[in-house]
Design a binder for this molecule. Structure first.
Ligand code: ADP
Ligand code: MG
Length: 560
């Protein structure tokens, strides 16, 4: 049996196009070929479990090898294999029709970038790094003959009798001169670590040296020796694929450390698991944020059936959820896709909504069930919740039930509780509730004390997100004003229209005011003298809320 043929497509040679445009990252070829090997292996295992295949399964790991001398990379599996007919069907026709479609669309597209990446060409991505590709395969089917396919990167292919004696497929890539970086072991190891870390079938890449104990010497000291062990890339059963009821807190924490070895323990986590209307599993961790927002972003990894796709999840999760860490695994997220395509994808939108709801519900549940520990973690959770409330209306609505405000004594209130708390005493003459807050309690101590003496409550809003949060809450809460405790005289902050008895005469007040204004010498500050009783601090020096916010905006280069 020997056959030569032409891969039937109407377009001219598509390989240069694949090579140039398909993926910005050429390293993807290895992900594609290893996942094909894993797919084929899973298929034979399934057939065996169904009793459809009764032969010996044998060693089923996938092996990747690099031969620097021959300039080849091989990917070997013991999967279902392919007959010559199947190679023609799956590789020449079906896989190629995807490629052809890609080229057809590509030719007509005004904006090439729109199209590039929409088609996962799988097998053919091999030609991004190889001039010649060979397939050696033996199908699992009884009496099957081994087959060999060779293609040199033109539309010509050759198929002939093969030599493979055991079930499965070997793909051999003859690496291009300009792709020789992929003949470096460290490069391949790096790519496998990135894409294959959690594949469901063991992937072996050479051997590695490991130190093991080797008895004791005469003085009773431990001896060590180095042994060679198979270098297995992956953890085949990562915990997100398991049922939450089979997992302990330790399992979740251990997995977190596996993902982010240098991070502090997370606060809590959510195990995601849906199968309708889309399939999705995963674990999202709430990290300790510690105000370094930017550092914490972009740590969610996106997988499709345990194959790593990207850690650019911008379009899959809402902006504020990008502060979370962890894994999302969904076969329903299109793989090799461009940005604009992701954004318009129906599943991606649904997933986005689902994750937001899950996170909102989890927070609600924590608050209800474990309010005490929730309050303890509020400094970390709060940053995240506030960010979410500001940026996502749907989340705001849910979060109003469990968003907390904290006063100078460290007591926490929900928004509703707080309204009730201040209703009686902290309203102005127009019936507005007035929230007082400090953003730097140590420095504003005098103002806080005098407010508390008056029976008022003072909140603490001292994180970077709080000024935005305050602006947002003011626009949201009805008949509520939020004022910084040192932004004006207390009686003006909460203007109750009450009769006051002055201790100082008008003249005394004027002369005091002059003395203070002169010595400060800055127009942005307002000096007021207004004492109601001898115990009041008679002079307050304030900067108006308006002036202060203006200044803050200038300092941060514009409003937010
Ligand atoms: P996809 O994996 O999305 O189907 P590919 O282009 O990666 O597309 O592969 C095309 C087809 O070739 C696969 O669906 C499969 O039938 C066959 N194939 C590829 N690699 C192997 C392999 N290692 N073992 C058996 N079949 C394979
Ligand atoms: Mg594939």
């Amino acid at each position: 049996m020997q056959e030569k043929g032409t891969i039937s497509i109407h377009t001219e040679n598509i390989f240069p196009i694949i090579k140039k445009f398909l993926y910005s990252d050429h390293e993807i070829f290895l992900r594609e070929l290893v996942s094909n090997a894993v797919d084929a292996t899973q298929k034979i295992k399934r057939l065996a479990s169904l009793g459809e295949y009764t032969g010996d399964l044998g060693e089923t790991r996938v092996e990747v090898e690099v031969n620097k001398k021959k300039k080849t990379i091989t990917i070997k599996d013991a999967g279902i294999g392919m007959t010559a007919e199947e190679i023609k069907k799956y590789i020449n026709q079906i896989a190629f029709s995807g490629a052809t479609e890609f080229v057809e669309k590509f030719k007509d597209a005004g904006d090439a970038k729109e199209i590039i990446g929409k088609f996962g060409l799988g097998f053919y991505s091999a030609f991004m790094v190889a001039g010649k590709v060979e397939i050696d395969s033996l199908s699992y089917q009884e009496g099957a003959e081994p087959a060999k396919w060779i293609c040199d990167g033109s539309t010509e292919f050759e198929i002939k009798e093969g030599k493979r004696k055991t079930r499965g497929t070997t793909i051999t890539l003859h690496v291009n001169e300009d792709s020789e970086e992929f003949l470096e072991e460290s490069r391949i190891q790096g790519i496998l670590d990135k894409y294959a870390k959690f594949l469901p079938i063991e992937v072996k890449f050479g051997e590695k040296e490991e130190s093991v104990e080797d008895g004791e010497d005469k003085e009773g000291k431990k001896k060590w020796k180095t042994v060679k062990k198979d270098n297995i890339i992956n953890n085949t059963a990562p915990i997100w694929t398991k049922s939450p009821s089979d997992l302990t807190d330790e399992d979740y924490l251990k997995f977190y450390k596996e993902l982010y070895p240098f991070s502090e323990d997370p606060l809590f986590w959510i195990h995601l698991n849906v199968d309708y209307p889309f399939e999705l599993t995963g674990i999202l961790y709430f990290p300790k944020l510690k105000n370094d927002f930017e550092m914490q972003k972009n740590k969610i990894q996106l997988y499709s059936r345990q194959v790593f796709i990207t850690d650019e999840v911008k379009d899959v999760v809402p902006e504020f959820l990008m502060l979370l860490h962890g894994i999302i695994d969904s076969p329903d997220i299109p793989l090799n896709v461009s940005r604009s395509y992701l954004q318009s994808d129906g599943n991606v939108k649904k997933i986005n909504t689902y994750i937001t709801k899950k996170v909102a519900d989890k927070l609600g549940e924590l608050f209800k069930k474990e309010r005490e520990s929730y309050e303890k973690k509020w400094d970390d959770i709060g940053l995240f919740v506030k960010y979410g409330m500001i940026s996502e209306e749907k989340f705001y609505e849910k979060a109003t039930d469990y968003a907390l405000v904290k006063n100078t004594e460290g007591k926490c209130f929900t928004l509703k509780e707080y309204e009730a708390q201040i209703e009686a005493n902290q309203t102005d003459k127009d019936g507005n509730k007035v929230w007082l807050y400090a953003n730097n309690p140590a420095k504003q101590d005098a103002f806080i004390s005098s407010a508390i003496d008056k029976g008022y409550d003072v909140l603490v809003f001292d994180s970077p997100i709080d000024s935005h949060f305050i602006n947002h809450m003011e626009s949201k809460l009805e008949k509520t004003q939020i004022k910084r405790v040192d932004s004006d005289n207390l009686n003006k902050l909460i203007d109750k229209d009450e009769k006051r008895e002055l201790v100082l005469s008008d003249e005394q007040k004027e002369s005091l005011k002059e003395v203070f204004s002169k010595s400060i010498g800055n127009e942005n500050f307002k000096v007021e003298v207004e004492a109601l009783s001898p115990s009041d601090a008679p002079v307050t020096i304030t900067m108006s809320e308006f002036m202060r916010r203006m200044k803050e905006m200038q300092a941060t280069g514009g409003g937010g």
